[in-house]
Ligand binder design. Structure first.
Ligand code: ADP
Ligand code: MG
Length: 301
């Protein structure tokens, strides 16, 4: 099969591994910098041009869209979909996952466990908002933050109020969330491919840090998930319409809660910690599903 990896940088670990795994399984793999693609969207034969040449006859794409490039990246993915090319994650699903609020609303509708979360526009009734999530301590999050940046723990209502006012003063959209203290600065990354959890790891935040992001100094180790954790991760990926997803869970007193569903989960941490060939499993998933390629997304939100 002819497979394109949509990635800004061919030297990134995840991109390299996907190319290696694809070639090892006998496929023709091309890494395409989606920011350098341009499109004819109106022609009867929609097309994408890359470095002066039309991209043709691809069987599948693996979108690895950077968080700050969601708008253009999803437009390129959508153009491939219009051309009938199978995508491991479709444009709609990527957009959905990039907005934390939209993601949580969809998961809540499916009855999936979540931290109690509030969202508001105006700051006149901050006390009410804080009350909604059970008061301080609480977590405040920028809607489109990544790598732990824009996630703040407010220990007191007063601190929460100041932070919310400051963010809103900058016109930033924020979520206010129950603080899951019992997670003790750790979360679980569940790597889901085609409705199965194929690898998982626990990330523990650095000493004194409640955020477990590896970019913030967190450490990853192998972990065995409970059946409930597994099924929560699988249901979350399905609810979001993602074929490949990194579902992040916290272990709370009220069971596993989903904090985030990532549509371009990194491969480096999970492959190194688990020694599982995650890239190979993504390629196998494509080989199995690309044939029947059609737009499969039937989620309304
Ligand atoms: P980002 O997209 O920046 O990674 P997350 O929502 O994943 O943002 O939050 C970053 C980290 O902060 C999580 O991995 C987790 O360790 C911690 N965290 C996030 N939300 C909560 C919460 N409600 N309670 C406790 N810890 C949290
Ligand atoms: Mg995260």
């Amino acid at each position: 099969m002819k497979i394109a990896i949509l990635s800004q940088d061919a030297t990134l670990y995840s991109t390299r591994r996907l190319r290696e795994a694809g070639e090892a399984q006998g496929h023709n793999i091309q890494v395409i910098d989606y920011l350098r693609c341009y499109m004819n969207i109106t022609s009867h034969r929609p097309s994408i041009v890359y470095k002066g040449k039309p991209l043709e006859n691809f069987d599948a794409i693996i979108p690895r869209i950077g968080a700050s490039r969601t708008f253009y990246g999803t437009a390129v993915v959508r153009q491939f979909e219009v051309m009938g090319v199978f995508a491991t994650n479709e444009s709609q699903a990527i957009s959905r996952s990039r907005d934390k609020l939209r993601c949580l609303q969809i998961l809540a509708k499916q009855g999936i466990g979540l931290p109690v979360t509030g969202f508001a526009h105006a700051t006149q009734d901050i006390d009410g908002l804080i009350e909604t999530v059970g008061g301080a301590p609480l977590v405040i999050k920028l809607l489109e933050g990544t790598q732990g940046i824009g996630v703040v723990l407010a220990e007191t209502s007063q601190a929460a109020k100041s932070v919310i006012e400051a963010f809103r003063g900058l016109d930033a959209n924020i979520l206010v969330q129950e603080y899951i203290k019992e997670a003790k600065g750790a979360d679980l990354r569940c790597f889901v491919i085609g409705g199965k959890v194929i690898a998982s790891m626990k990330r523990q935040g650095a000493a004194g840090e409640f955020r477990s992001n590896l970019h913030r100094g967190g450490r990853a180790t192998k972990i065995k998930l409970t059946p409930e954790e597994k099924s929560t991760a699988i249901r979350a990926a399905k609810a979001m319409g993602l074929g490949v997803a990194g579902v992040d869970l916290l272990r709370s007193h009220h069971g596993p809660v989903v904090i985030e569903v990532n549509s371009s989960p990194g491969l480096e941490g999970i492959e190194k910690v688990t020694t599982i060939d995650v890239a190979g499993k993504i390629i196998e998933y494509i080989a199995k599903n690309a044939e029947a390629s059609k737009t499969r997304d039937r989620i309304k939100y």
